[in-house]
Design a protein around this ligand. Structure first.
Ligand code: ZN
Length: 127
């Protein structure tokens, strides 16, 4: 039990530190944030391009602008939050429900397909 609490506290500390960094610095205006290697080399956006700007705007309460930087990452973040809540929220049967319905090979295949489709669409439509 103590181990679980310590892991949870560590997770919260890491997420809090990352949120503080992204809240205090705009990735569009800061040179020391990591830049996308694929975009720099090819000029094509990778599926993750825009995530840092998404974090920045969401942390500042501008969710719509944040989502526009990466629609797919927005969906993945919601999925991740629901998944994490399944392991943290102590509601009987909730964790089992999450494991059965959100952690299986069909979800993994769907994720992979959506990932590739998003990668293609964002470069074709330049979004
Ligand atoms: Zn990228």
């Amino acid at each position: 039990m103590i181990r679980t609490i310590l892991r949870l506290l560590l997770l919260i500390a890491i997420i809090g530190a990352m949120a503080a960094v992204y809240y205090s610095n705009d990735p569009s205006c800061t040179v020391w944030y990591p830049k996308c290697v694929m975009y720099a080399i090819t000029g094509y956006k990778c599926p993750g391009c825009g995530i840092q700007r998404l974090f920045f705007h969401v942390l500042h309460g501008d969710v719509v602008t944040g989502i526009r930087y990466n629609y797919f990452a927005s969906l993945v973040l919601v999925y991740a939050l629901v998944l994490i809540s399944g392991y943290i929220v102590p509601i009987k049967g909730y964790t089992k429900f999450i494991r059965e319905h959100l952690v299986n090979r069909y979800v993994a295949y769907s994720y992979l397909i959506l990932y590739v489709v998003w990668w293609i669409i964002r470069n074709v439509l330049d979004i």
